[in-house]
Every structure is written in C-alpha cells, then in structure tokens.
Design a protein around this ligand. Sequence first.
Ligand SMILES: C[S@@+](CC[C@H](N)C(=O)[O-])C[C@H]1O[C@@H](n2cnc3c(N)ncnc32)[C@H](O)[C@@H]1O
Length: 236
Amino acid sequence: MFNNHDVKDIFSGKIANSWEEKSKYISKVIGEDNKIIFFIKKYIKPNMDILEIGCGTGKLLQQIDNLSTNLNLTGIELSNDMLNNAKKKIFNNNISFINSAIEDFLPNKQYDLIIMKQVLHHLSSKEKIFKKLSGFLKTNGKLIIMTPNDKYQMNIIKFKSINDSLGRISDSMIYNYISNLPLIVLSIQHVNSIAKFCSLYEYFMFLYSIGSLQKIYDYKYNYIFVLKFIYMFKNI
Ligand SMILES: C[S@@+](CC[C@H](N)C(=O)[O-])C[C@H]1O[C@@H](n2cnc3c(N)ncnc32)[C@H](O)[C@@H]1O
C-alpha cells in the first residue's frame, strides 16, 4: 500500500515544474480534461466558499477565479513544489493556499463547493476521505470529482475493482463509498478522451507526467529511475 510520502515525491521537482506542459507528449487529444470547467461553471455563484483538493499548479482555481466575484477560494495541495507554482498565479478573488495532505486538513469553515480533479485515485483511503468531505460541506453543498473510471486505458491495462493498478474508480465503487453518508449522487458524466501517441516513448512520457506510470508500480520507484527506464524507448 502506498502512502502520501510516495505520492508527494512523484508530484515534486521536475513533474511540478513541467506539469502544465505535459500535454506536449500528446499529439492529439479529443475530450481533454480541462472541460471540467464547463461543468463546474453552472454551480459557481458570487460569495461562494470553494475548496479545491490537490489543486496542483492552480490552473483550475484560476479558471474558477475568472467566473465570478467575491469568491473565497482555497487550494490544498500535498506537494510544496506544485503549490509554489500555483502561488505565482494572479487571482482576482480571495485565495488561500494550504500545503497539507487532505487527510490532515481541518478547516475552520464549511464549503459550498469542493472539487477534486484527478486526485481521488492517488488517495489510499477513499472511504475515509468521502466521510471527511461530507462533513466539510454546507447544506446543499456540492462535491465535484473527476477521476479515471473503469474504462480508462482499459484496452491497455485490465481494470480491477480491488487494488486497481491505475487507481481507476467505477460508478459502483462511488455508490459504495457514499452508501452510509449524507451524500447523494446528482450525476455521473462519462467523458471520452482519445490520446494519440506517435511512439511508445511519448505514451510512457504521458503516463509518467500524469503520475500513472509510478502508480502502476505502487510508487516504488523514484522519478529518476522511471525516466531512465522510459529513455530506453526513446529511439524505438
Ligand atoms: C494528478 S495531479 C492533479 C493536479 C490538478 N488537480 C490538475 O488536475 O492539474 C494530483 C495532485 O493531487 C495532489 N495530491 C495527491 N494526494 C494528495 C493528498 N492526500 N492531499 C492533497 N493533495 C494530494 C498531488 O500532489 C498532485 O498535485
């Protein structure tokens, strides 16, 4: 079982500094992940308290910042290197950044909206997180999650509902996580995305840059080792 220390390692250093450039490893993507902003948009109203968990380099928070006024935005992030990149961005609304694991975070208020984009699959105790987050929401508060589902890369790596190597989460797993909590599923959207890679090297670099390659090996290897492995495919 992996721990937060391993996850933090893979989102530090080189990965943190090249996070927003990762798309250069994808020659053509249809249905890219940033479309989540169009979904989030309908829920944003002035004066809302919004928390993004695993906010990374703050790209999504900045898009939300442009949607309304008088928002109170909070970004929590495990990796200090990712957060340092977020702090360089300029925001119009009130923003606070917290360098912490979500597991250790105890807010002094509740939120209208909590967002987790591509983070849930990195958390080792998902049931506990759902329980915790249900207590962070105001009445009628919403939790918006984007995560790789059981169809993600299914032709390449077989999906396993228990200990899936990529951490993918099926709809039924979501229903199970919240079955005893005061949460209801309002909607689940399945988004297709097609990535076309010109070589195995590009594909591995993509998997590496989103942390998936490290996850497949349960974060056992550090990024320098993983990069050395990928470089072997560079000229193939
Ligand atoms: C795949 S990245 C996604 C980053 C950002 N949400 C995005 O879509 O660009 C996962 C992020 O979650 C952070 N993270 C992982 N586990 C976390 C935890 N337990 N608490 C807070 N952040 C965490 C990582 O450091 C990393 O920045």
